[in-house]
Design a protein around this ligand. Structure first.
Ligand code: ADP
Length: 288
């Protein structure tokens, strides 16, 4: 599958118009995509084990998208077979008092995956350059001094994010960022389904209705944020999300491609360790 068409080059501002939310790539229907996802998910479990055992890299996956774009279900399906013991999912909500008293990257820094582990951010510090940009009154909650609150605040935050991610990459964290690109029409259908289907009602929030009014502002803020922070070593993918079965395959394949590019060979025991292992084996055999 051609994944590059969803990968955003630095400073690319045309991706949202170029990428069709309804795109389903080479798949004509759900069945073929589901079969492909299944084999991808199984391979992902094997590669994650290698990631853990080789203990050299961490993998950070960031999921963003408008409400009902399918972030939660993509995480559930794509990562259904990974080992929960070496995986952490963090959902970033409206910041707490304590979080607001620190820099906007603080809470994310605390939640980063350690070497060998897989970290999933369901929303992230990108909210601080998107929802806060769409609703600038939210900036006030950080009580920044006037001379720090200039018109350049967004540009500075993009730079901070890019440097933060660069720092992580240089220290062995592999980063992939996914924006689930759903059309407004499909979002309407999904929100309506939440209201009409009893087992989906719990997902409905009036706040999501309110945010729909700012669709264009969100699109503008995301265009800027993605163009400013997509880098060759920490790329954004704008994933068509009107067909959930397609977005899941794209996400799985991007993760597989990232893991395949790493040297996940297992650490080789040195001479002393080999000797110790040989005596352990001999001891165990004696006990048989
Ligand atoms: P979700 O929609 O992710 O399932 P919620 O319905 O609780 O979960 O939504 C989380 C909300 O928190 C979103 O509206 C999001 O914009 C908001 N949020 C996340 N991070 C921030 C932030 N840094 N500043 C303000 N709001 C934020």
């Amino acid at each position: 599958m051609k994944l590059d068409r969803y990968r955003i080059d630095p400073d690319d501002r045309g991706a949202f118009t170029r990428i069709d939310p309804e795109d389903s790539g080479p798949f004509k229907d759900k069945a073929a995509a589901v079969a492909r996802l299944q084999s991808g998910v199984e391979r992902l479990a094997l590669l994650q084990e290698r990631l853990y055992a080789s203990d050299r890299y961490a993998l950070l996956l960031i999921f963003q998208g408008m409400d009902a774009a399918g972030k939660d279900s993509a995480i559930k399906h794509v990562l259904s077979s990974v080992n929960p013991q070496s995986t952490e999912v963090h959902s970033f909500k409206v910041p707490s008092h304590e979080e607001l008293a620190h820099s906007f990257l603080w809470r994310a820094a605390k939640a980063l995956p350690a070497r060998g582990r897989l970290g999933i951010f369901n929303r992230s510090y990108y909210e601080d350059v998107v929802v806060v940009r769409v609703h600038p009154e939210l900036l006030g909650a950080r009580r920044l001094a006037d001379d720090l609150l200039t018109r350049k605040v967004w540009k500075h935050r993009y730079e901070d994010i890019a440097s933060f991610e660069k720092h992580l990459v240089r220290n062995g964290t592999v980063i992939r960022k996914f924006y689930l690109h759903v059309s407004k029409e499909e979002q309407t259908r999904r929100l309506l389904a939440r209201l009409e289907e009893r087992d989906k009602l719990w997902k409905f929030s009036l706040a999501d209705m309110e945010e729909r009014k700012y669709w264009k502002d969100y699109r503008r803020a995301w265009t800027d944020a993605i163009a400013a922070t997509s880098r060759d070593d920490a790329p954004w993918y704008i994933v068509p999300a009107d067909h959930k079965w397609f977005s899941r395959v794209v996400i799985a394949e991007v993760i597989l491609e990232a893991l395949d590019s790493l040297d996940l060979s297992l650490p080789k025991p040195d001479a002393k360790t080999r000797k110790e292992l040989a005596s352990a084996r001999a001891l165990l055999k004696k006990n048989l």
